[in-house]
Write a protein that binds this ligand. Structure first.
Ligand SMILES: [Zn+2]
Length: 513
């Protein structure tokens, strides 16, 4: 069932560009769900639709029940015919302790009002929970998820079962397996809000990745409360498909102005660093002078523009096969975020298994983090199985060496290509070797990798060659060390001293030119 409900056209890392079908329309994912407070709509759903297309919006079933009671459909209550999701009120439990709601009642209520995507009343773990407390929240969440499956009667509603467990990763795993085995169309990662607010991105990565590893891979995953654009690319790369944000409105009430990198205070702004209609038509002074209600509305509109703009950039990055690079760049907006990205790289082996083998884009080396991309891991694995052709001579040629090399048919050409390392000429067409771009001035990490790669190659295969020549141009002297360490006799030459009879082309192909 979930296969038809959620389909995707592009993947990268664990991220996917997809479509989620609901009773009130199909939603493009990754998607940001603006949160509506039914008792206090600063922007109405209709206003949001007019300005931002037809997004999936989210409101809170518990608040809706308190405000409107029963008897009407949610689309009527909110005056919006597009797709609407309801959260159950689990977050209110986390913030304000026990709420007056019965889990069965909340399930029935969401069915009664005809929500398009509904969440069971789970029990959030919170990040300070002891192991015992966390165990209890997982036990209750799984029990309620089982019970809700029995209660449900409307097959058109997409039901979401959250994963709890907080910092206790073995409990997150247990919960993900348990709810993943039940009949649900969507899952959510519970309890990330405190981690997001505390910039604890490494722990957030552990939470999300643990859940992702144990949830059914074809179901969409929602992350509660990811209200800042800077963290969205990493979340999508980790396989989160939807997010909800009340931040646009909460920040607006507090005179806080979202930018792609951080949150600024309206008071401290001299210029608006943004192209949205609000910022293009007003100066910060003019906005500050507006009456409070109007100011909040305008700030909320701007904040939503920043969030939706980021989501569009992420979608285009996925469509163009550049999400990995995009996340790598975006995670440089805060050291803690970069720390989180590096934590994500600890899961590279798992991610590599799901990352597509080819992409419609070049491979850009943007810093040492790029060395742990799936393409690099995959190449290393390929080289472990590699057997060279039976040629008696080896010519090692740094990738940026421009001079035409004269060589004979007896020579096996192996390039040294940053950041991948040694690349035998027969493998040069393997993605993304032909499209790898790195700075010409190599950093320490790349040099170290190049040296190690060369040393390993010489160790494994060096003895079969009668003659080994390293053509060592300026800036590549560090390779001599690897040759020395191999214990083999390697002739180190500058290009002028080479004596091969036939020229090879720039990429070392034979019999050309
Ligand atoms: Zn703006």
């Amino acid at each position: 069932m979930s296969r038809e409900i959620f389909t995707f056209t592009h993947r990268e890392g664990l991220g996917r560009l997809g479509r989620l079908r609901t009773r009130h329309g199909t939603v493009q994912t990754p998607a940001l769900l603006p949160v509506l407070n039914p008792s206090d709509l600063v922007l109405t759903p209709e206003e949001i639709r007019r300005e931002f297309g037809e997004p999936l919006m989210m409101t809170n079933a518990y608040l809706l029940k308190r405000r409107f009671g029963g008897g009407r459909k949610i689309h009527q209550m909110l005056g919006y015919e597009g797709p609407l999701a309801t959260d159950s009120g689990g977050y209110q439990i986390l913030r304000y302790g026990e709420i007056e709601a019965d889990p069965d009642e909340i399930v029935r209520y969401q069915e009664e009002i005809g929500s398009d995507l509904a969440v069971i009343l789970d029990v959030p773990t919170g990040i300070r929970a002891s192991r015992e407390e966390a165990e209890e929240t997982v036990r209750l969440t799984v029990e309620r998820a089982r019970r809700a499956v029995e209660l449900r009667s409307d097959p058109e509603i997409l039901w979401c079962a959250p994963v709890q467990g907080g910092r206790h990763l073995e409990l997150v795993e247990e919960c993900a397996r348990a709810v993943g085995s039940l009949d649900y169309q969507v899952h959510a990662i519970g309890s990330p809000v405190e981690l997001l607010e505390g910039y604890e991105y490494s722990d957030l990565v552990d939470l999300v990745m643990t859940a992702k590893r144990h949830l059914p891979p074809d179901r969409p995953v929602h992350l509660f409360g990811a209200g800042h654009p800077s963290v969205l690319p990493l979340l999508v790369l980790m396989g989160c498909d939807t997010f909800d944000s009340a931040s646009y409105i909460l920040y607006a009430r507090d005179n806080r102005y979202l930018t792609r990198e951080r949150t600024l205070r309206l008071e401290e702004l001299s210029f608006f660093p943004c192209e949205c209609p609000v910022c293009s038509s007003l100066t910060p002074d003019q906005l500050r002078e507006k009456p409070e209600g109007e100011r909040i509305r305008e700030l909320a509109r701007h904040n939503l523009h920043v969030l939706f703009g980021e989501v569009r950039r992420i979608r285009q990055a996925l469509a163009g096969g550049r999400l990995w690079e995009y996340a790598e760049m975006r995670c440089r907006s805060h050291p803690r975020l970069l720390e989180g990205f590096r934590r994500f790289l600890d899961y590279a082996e798992f991610v590599e298994r799901l990352d597509p083998i080819t992409k419609p884009s070049a491979f850009f080396y943007l810093g040492p983090e790029s060395l742990r991309r799936p393409e690099v891991l995959r190449y290393d694995r390929r080289m472990e199985e590699y057997e060279p052709p039976p040629l008696p001579e080896l010519l090692l040629l740094p990738a940026f060496e421009r001079e035409g090399v004269r060589r004979g048919e007896e020579v096996h050409l192996v390039r040294i290509l940053p950041p991948f390392g040694v690349v035998p000429e027969e493998l040069e067409d393997l993605y993304p070797l032909g499209q790898a771009v790195a700075p010409r001035r190599l950093d320490g990490e790349v040099k170290e990798r190049m040296s190690l790669s060369l040393y390993r190659y010489l160790q494994r295969h060096g003895r079969r060659y009668r003659r080994i020549v390293l053509l060592c141009g300026e800036g590549w002297e560090f390779l001599k060390e690897a040759c020395l360490r191999s214990g083999l006799e390697v002739e180190v030459r500058t290009s002028s001293g080479l004596k091969y009879s036939k020229p090879g082309d720039k990429r070392g192909k034979r019999n050309k030119g």
